[in-house]
Design a protein around this ligand. Structure first.
Ligand SMILES: Cc1ncc(COP(=O)(O)O)c(C=O)c1O
Length: 443
């Protein structure tokens, strides 16, 4: 096995010398490179440009982009209408320190699409969106704690960085997981303020929410669970249980909003109290937003006097970001979603057929235009079953796919499609994947 990965790494190293030199330079001023999520072994590719569904690295190799900048680039790269909107705003000014009209146009577009969102506020990342939504939920309810799901990722502020990827031998009972800090430096108060819930287990969620209801401000849920399919009845049960116990539900659609016009909440048929957004709504720029019930969101309306609540940020609702976001969201028509999600269905069928044919235990999870690939035979129901994924295998397959001209998310767990893709891209990926699995298991 070591020999195979060595071969895969050798091919990679031989074909990507300029990226290696770039990485060596990067790490001298930035610890480990540009950012945590960019690193993979032996070193990451440095990209020089993107066009449609293709990326071109600094050695001029073309790859089909199935990562799409952490799922955000739903239109692919260099989209003409997005570029035109950016250029038009650049000509008017970049940062004017006042509303420009772009932000209200994007807010109206999102409110129109997502029924539960009556009011919306912008910020600069998904992290900020969940931070502000949680703070608002605490202020509105007057209760200190939150509940989140084991394995759920909602950004990088302390309270949501609890039990994102806990070691299984420390994680406690599956139906009442312990709250564990994910990264060094987390405040010791953070885990103490979090009730950790298991995915796809209605009884446990009901019991934990009921037990903690008097101290719970909210439950935060990403219904595509980062990477795991949640049963429709389960997501609806979470909505019912939160409602019955008078606990707010924050639906995290930072990624899920790419599933359909009305967001992932329309897919699941639920109406949350608050929703968080990010990624695609900035058209490729840093963005976040949170919104929901007017009676909660209006705590930010200080135009009629102080409410005790405030949210702002130097770059929040930035004119260029809003212009790019609006030009992106407007292109997400029913026809666009039909194309994207149709390709997703094709991918599901093709991957299912492939995995049924080969001896290697592998599974694909596809939701709309999002997909994940796992190497495990374990039924995927919660964080603990995902933890049985053969990460070494995923890494070797990822590298082989890179060598074959396919750029996926590292670990293969958060891949996505983009609008310029055609059936041939899906079929090409499945073919390359078969070869990648063969290469990764050969010896
Ligand atoms: C579901 C979810 N919520 C929140 C975030 C945080 O967003 P950002 O990276 O923009 O801070 C992410 C990022 O991947 C995410 O997937």
């Amino acid at each position: 096995m070591a020999e195979v990965s060595k071969t895969l790494e050798d091919i990679y190293a031989a074909e990507n010398p300029t990226s290696r030199a770039q990485f060596e330079r990067d790490r001298r001023s930035m610890p480990g490179g540009a950012k945590g999520a960019y690193f993979y072994k032996p070193y990451p590719l440095t990209m020089q440009r993107g066009e449609g569904c293709y990326l071109y690295d600094v050695d001029e190799r073309e790859r089909v982009d199935f990562a799409n900048h952490h799922t955000g680039q739903i239109l692919g790269h260099n989209n003409p209408a997005v570029n035109a909107a950016i250029q038009a705003q650049l000509a008017r000014g970049i940062a004017l320190g006042a509303p420009t009209g772009n932000e209200v146009a994007l807010a109206e577009e999102i409110c129109r699409r997502v029924e539960s969102v009556e009011r919306l506020r912008f910020c600069n990342s998904g992290t900020e969106a969940t931070l502000h939504a949680i703070r608002l939920a605490r202020g509105f309810s007057g209760r200190p704690k939150i509940a989140k799901f084991e394995g759920g990722y909602h950004g990088s502020h302390d309270i949501v960085e609890v039990s994102v990827a806990p070691a299984l031998d420390k994680a406690g009972p599956a139906d009442a997981p312990y709250a564990l800090a994910t990264t060094g430096g987390t405040s010791p108060h953070a885990p103490a303020e979090v009730v950790v819930l298991p995915y796809n287990n209605e009884e446990a969620v009901e019991e934990l929410v009921r037990r903690h209801r008097d101290e719970l401000a909210c439950v935060i849920l990403d219904p595509k669970a980062g990477i795991l399919p949640l049963r429709q009845e389960f997501v609806r049960a979470v909505r019912r249980v939160t409602e019955e116990n008078d606990v707010l539900l924050i639906l995290d659609e930072v990624v899920g909003f790419r599933v359909g016009e009305g967001g992932i909440q329309e897919y699941y048929g639920i109406s949350p109290d608050l929703t968080t957004f990010g990624k695609l709504i900035g058209g490729g720029f840093p963005v976040g937003a949170f919104g929901g019930r007017a009676d909660i969101m209006n705590l930010f309306d200080t135009s009629r006097g102080a409410t005790g609540f405030f949210q702002s940020g130097t770059f929040s609702a930035h004119a260029v970001v809003m212009a790019a976001g609006l030009a992106t969201v407007r292109q997400l028509t029913p026809a666009a979603f039909a194309h994207l999600n149709g390709l997703g269905e094709r991918l599901r069928a093709r991957l299912g057929a492939l995995f049924a044919r080969i001896d290697v235990p592998a599974q694909a999870v596809v939701l709309g235009s999002l997909f994940s690939i796992y190497f495990t035979a374990e039924p995927l129901v919660n964080y603990r079953s995902l933890a049985t994924n053969n990460g070494g295998m995923a890494q070797r397959v990822f590298l082989s796919l890179l060598n074959q001209g396919y750029f996926l998310s590292q670990g293969l767990t958060m891949n996505s499609l983009s609008l310029p893709m055609q059936e041939s891209h899906i079929d090409g990926l499945v073919q390359a994947l078969e070869q990648a699995i063969e290469q990764a298991t050969r010896l």
